[in-house]
Design a protein around this ligand. Structure first.
Ligand code: C2E
Ligand code: MG
Ligand code: MG
Length: 677
């Protein structure tokens, strides 16, 4: 089975989404926050510096006005004061407590709205007014002197062009006389900027602007480069190392997004599993890297065959996952056939073969006219269905395109039912042990039996093991079942022995799934010992296909089982590919010839020769032989002639309940089974 829903994959996608979210938004947010903090700091610093420079430059003008105010207070009358100040080139006026102007000198261009301002070092407050003629500086309501930068710079450059003297910015300030004075002097003070000041301000402004631009630029470059490297990581995360196209994680992510997206009749999807059958052989004949370059070419070709709204990814070794739009099943099939034809023509020197499994995820209209999709549908589940469809082709060794249809759906439902019910069934003793006796074809005496499981549901339905054993093998429940069978058979044998029955060895099937366990032989020994059953009454059947898994582990387990006194048999001999080699290495006691030898086409002269040689071979290797699935009298005679040790087949007996089997055991000494006559 190619791909299964994988918790690790899910976790990887979750982790990736987390990284994606924190990485892209994190970078942008950091950039924005740093930009904001930096801009605020720059504005604050610039404001502070300018304020300081401007206000400290007022100091001279303020002192002059304070001096005039003191002079006015000390003169006492306006005439002598007038004499003193007539030579001074100052603009000011003096007002009394009621606001009436009692003295004025020069041009009075004082603005009417004044504001209290902390000047210079902030120790003293003054009421400040804008000069109506030259209003470049003005007091703000917040108690600061502000200026319009553009106008100030224009003014400076204009004045500078004409003169090398200091630049004077006028602003009106009121100054109270001494404490008992009732008058206030309001005069024009000048903020005096000389050449050095203006150069300093200009340099400072330019410096701050340049540094800001530089820092902003560095941050921008950093943000862009981290975004670029982030997108490179994303590309890497979603790219397939073999084809350099998209990988399975990409397929799951965008496939699910498409299946969960807005549903309309237009987005009926077909989830496709495409298998390159010859990949393994091609790699064996050429090399893995050449095989991989075929996969890369396939990916290119497939990507070129799909539309913008569709997906294509390399899912696993020789498999591709597609998500195609479709309106009509027949048209989809034609399209897939066309894709397969193009893939085949990729390499005309080899006869490439493909298997395609399809699961349709259609959009249908419900009773209220709403467009809906299959409930609980996910891309991974649909892909598993597509794989099951391919699996069916594999079973029959067919090529072509197979849709996940009702028959497969029923199978899947059954598998779900088995998964759901297996534990309860074991607990409620729904599994029963049946015994099928094995007979000596010459004497007709029962010489052994095989324990076979049956599932009898509460509804009294008898379910054959072929319907549930493969599911247990897939989901791992088989280990519990095999232990249950072994325990049950050992207990039965012990009881029969105690009750004086003439016990024969009973074989128990042990699934290949157990062979990953190092202590399998010990487990079997312990279960049998717990029941108190002698080891020579238990035989262990290992199915032929298991001999191809881990040979060393298998030989090791067989040796141990034999050491403990159990007989070990190879079940279904002849049903697999090549078991002769295994026979050479495995120290087995019994060879069970597969039922296929005695059915249909296998019979006839050639079939007989094969059986005869197999029995001879077993004898040479000092193994006993059991023929399975024997139903005809002629077969029994033939096997007896060849010296086959035992026959297990419907001719003698079908698998039967424990009670029935007990009856056969007690009848042993008297003679043979009635079927044998
Ligand atoms: P198997 O171990 O090769 O068992 C022999 C099968 O052949 C049994 O099918 C038996 O009923 C059937 N058989 C015997 N003689 C004849 C005959 O003359 N004609 C026909 N048509 N069939 C005959 P069953 O009981 O349906 O079991 C099928 C398979 O399920 C078994 O094949 C074995 O692989 C598996 N199985 C059964 N019980 C267990 C178990 O407890 N544990 C494990 N791991 N597998 C089991
Ligand atoms: Mg068997
Ligand atoms: Mg068998």
């Amino acid at each position: 089975m190619p791909h299964i829903v994988n918790k690790r994959n899910e976790n990887r996608v979750k982790l990736y989404r987390k990284v994606r979210f924190t990485s892209s938004w994190g970078t942008i947010l950091t950039f924005l926050i740093l930009s904001l903090i930096f801009s605020l700091m720059t504005i604050f610093l610039m404001g502070f510096i300018f304020q300081y420079i401007f206000e400290s430059k007022f100091a001279g003008g303020l002192r002059r006005l304070e001096y005039i105010a003191e002079l006015y207070d000390s003169c006492g009358d306006s005439e002598s004061f007038d004499d003193y100040i007539s030579s001074l080139n100052e603009d000011f006026f003096i007002k009394d407590d009621s606001g009436k102007v009692i003295f004025s000198h020069g041009d009075i261009t004082c603005g009417s709205e004044g504001t209290i301002v902390f000047l210079a070092d902030g120790d003293e407050t003054y009421r400040v007014y804008q000069d109506t003629e030259n209003g470049l500086l003005y007091p703000t309501k917040k108690g600061r002197i502000s200026f319009d930068l553009g106008s100030v710079l224009d003014f400076c450059s204009e004045v500078r062009a004409n003169t090398d003297d200091d630049i004077l910015f006028p602003i009106w300030v009121d100054i109270r006389g001494d404490e008992d004075s009732e008058n206030t002097l309001v005069g024009k003070a000048y903020l005096t900027l000389n050449k050095r000041d203006s150069i300093l301000i200009l340099e400072l402004t330019l410096g701050v602007i340049l540094v800001s631009i530089l820092i902003f630029f560095i941050m921008l470059v950093h943000m862009i480069s981290s975004m670029i490297s982030y997108y490179r990581v994303v590309r890497l995360f979603y790219s397939d190392p073999v084809t350099l196209g998209h990988n399975w994680i990409w397929y799951v992510r965008y496939g699910d997004e498409k299946l969960q997206s807005f549903i309309s009749r237009k987005n009926s999807y077909a989830v496709v599993n495409l298998v390159f059958v010859n990949y393994r052989n091609y790699c064996l004949c050429h090399s893995i890297s050449e095989g991989d370059s075929i996969l890369a070419n396939m990916d290119k070709l497939l990507s070129g065959k799909i539309r913008k709204t569709e997906l294509c990814a390399h899912a696993s070794r020789a498999e591709f996952a597609l998500l195609l739009n479709y309106d009509d099943e027949a048209a989809l099939k034609t399209r897939l056939e066309d894709i397969v034809r193009s893939l085949k023509s990729m390499d005309t020197e080899h006869n490439f073969e493909f298997r395609v499994g399809v699961d349709l995820v259609p959009v249908v209209q419900n009773d209220s006219g709403k467009f809906i999709r299959r409930k609980g549908c996910s891309i991974e589940k649909a892909y598993i269905d597509a794989c099951s469809a391919v699996g069916r082709l594999e079973e029959k060794e067919e090529l072509g395109i197979r849709f996940f249809d009702n028959a497969l759906l029923e199978e899947k439902k059954w598998e779900d039912t088995v998964n759901e019910r297996q534990n309860a069934a074991l607990k409620n003793e729904e599994f029963k042990v049946y015994y099928q006796p094995k007979y000596d074809p010459n004497t007709g005496r029962m010489r052994g039996a095989e324990a076979l499981i049956r599932w009898i549901t509460p509804e009294n339905e008898l379910i054959s093991p072929v319907r549930f054993i493969p599911i247990f093998e897939k989901n791992g429940f088989i280990t519990q079942i095999d232990h249950f069978m072994l325990r049950h058979v050992s207990t039965d044998q012990k009881r029969w022995l105690d009750e004086g029955y003439d016990c024969v060895p009973v074989s128990v099937n042990v699934s290949r799934a157990h062979f990953s366990e190092n202590d399998l032989a010990e487990q079997i020994r312990d279960i049998v010992d717990e029941a108190g059953c002698p080891h020579d009454l238990i035989e262990i059947e290992l199915t032929e296909s298991a001999f191809f898994d881990d040979k060393t582990a298998m030989i090791d387990t067989i040796r141990k089982l034999k050491e403990y006194g159990f007989a070990v048999s190879m079940d279904d001999f002849g049903s697999g590919y090549s078991s002769l080699n295994s026979l050479k290495d495995m120290p087995l006691d019994v060879l069970k010839l597969d039922a296929e030898f005695f059915r249909g086409d296998g019979e006839g002269e050639r079939g007989k020769k094969v059986v005869s040689e197999a029995i001879k071979l077993a004898k040479i290797l000092e193994m006993r032989t059991v023929a399975e699935g024997v139903e005809e009298k002629e077969q029994v005679d033939f096997l007896a002639e060849l010296g086959c040790d035992m026959i297990q087949g419907f001719f003698f007996a079908k698998p039967m309940e424990k009670g029935e089997y007990e009856k056969r055991m007690t009848r042993q000494p008297e003679g043979t089974d009635e079927n044998n006559e």
